[in-house]
Design a protein around this ligand. Structure first.
Ligand code: R5P
Length: 295
């Protein structure tokens, strides 16, 4: 097998190549004077090709590099090609929230399928069902719940795991199961007098408890900051925040820390100061399982 690294795989391509014992090839890039991207696959794959590409920062450029690389590798070899996409950009636009909007993640998945991609590994994609709804490419979604639980386990005393909204409850439930802790989700309420928005736990009390809030993405940090401020105002002893993809735009980390969060930890799907947990071993495991299915 040959593992290809697209720009900015954040060391994950190297980790995967080490994990499956195969050689790593860096793709070649340049930008044309008019701003167009160029990629070149410098050598043919030996057997199955594995292309590792994290789609942040510069998601639009990265997506196009990914599509061009798939096209190029498929032209070089008739062996299967698997893409490992640790951070799948546009995954949150998974339906038409307003009439006239595109389902952006469908555009990416359909494009990959049209180009002949044979297998896809993603990490904690926003809504896993898109992988079967919008494509028939055989795929795996790497769950990171055990990794998050193991990281925070030593800090958890009388703890509760919270999802920032009901849509994220399954992730909180899975992390809580690994920690043997209770879990709940937050419900937004607006004070009719002051207009202040709070995110209250639906069922549990957080007083004098250690709270771990888990989400798939921290982007501006607004969701986590609101959740942290609310549970601290309700007497939580300590608040930790965990996410899979630390997109962290516009001073998000400062916002989180100033909201009273003691520590933020994320996986390394996106490079950031809080990307402390490696997804490589879990990604290699899922990749092996997909290879068994395909070969
Ligand atoms: C939303 O659907 C996601 O799961 C995250 O809750 C969201 O992306 C967080 O964004 P922000 O950090 O900007 O509040």
């Amino acid at each position: 097998m040959t593992v290809y690294a697209l720009e900015n795989s954040n060391g994950i391509a190297a980790g995967i190549a080490r994990g499956i014992g195969d050689k790593l090839v860096q793709l070649e890039y340049k930008i044309f004077p008019d701003g167009e991207s160029y990629v070149r696959v410098p050598q043919k794959p030996e057997g199955v090709a594995i292309l590792v590409a994290s789609l942040y920062p510069n998601p639009d450029k990265r997506i196009f590099e990914l599509l061009m690389s798939v096209e190029a590798i498929k032209a070089l070899s008739s062996e299967p090609l698997i893409a490992v996409v640790p951070y799948m950009a546009y995954a949150r636009q998974d339906k038409r929230f307003l009439e006239g909007e595109p389902i952006s993640i469908r555009v990416i998945l359909k494009s990959l399928e049209t180009l002949g991609l044979d297998g896809l590994v993603v990490v904690d994609i926003h809504k896993p069902s898109v992988l079967s709804e919008y494509t028939s490419i055989p795929s795996r979604n790497v769950f990171i719940d055990r990794l998050i639980a193991e990281y925070f386990h030593p800090k958890m005393r009388n703890s509760v795991v919270l999802a920032p909204d009901v849509g994220a409850i399954e992730r909180a439930k899975r992390v809580a199961a690994h920690l043997d802790a209770e879990y709940d989700y937050l419900v937004k309420e607006r004070d009719r007098v002051t207009g202040e928005v709070k995110a209250m736990p639906k069922n549990l009390t957080v007083e004098e408890r250690t709270v771990l809030i888990v989400d798939d993405i921290i982007s501006t940090g607004g969701t986590m900051a609101l959740a942290a401020r609310t549970v601290l105002s309700q007497g939580a002893e300590k608040v930790y925040a965990a996410c899979t993809h630390a997109v962290m735009v516009r001073g998000a980390l400062d916002l989180l820390i100033s909201s009273g969060i003691s520590e933020v930890a994320a996986t390394d799907t996106v490079p950031s100061p809080v990307s402390k947990i490696s997804v490589v071993p879990a990604a290699v495991e899922e990749l092996r399982s997909l290879l068994e299915e395909l070969l």
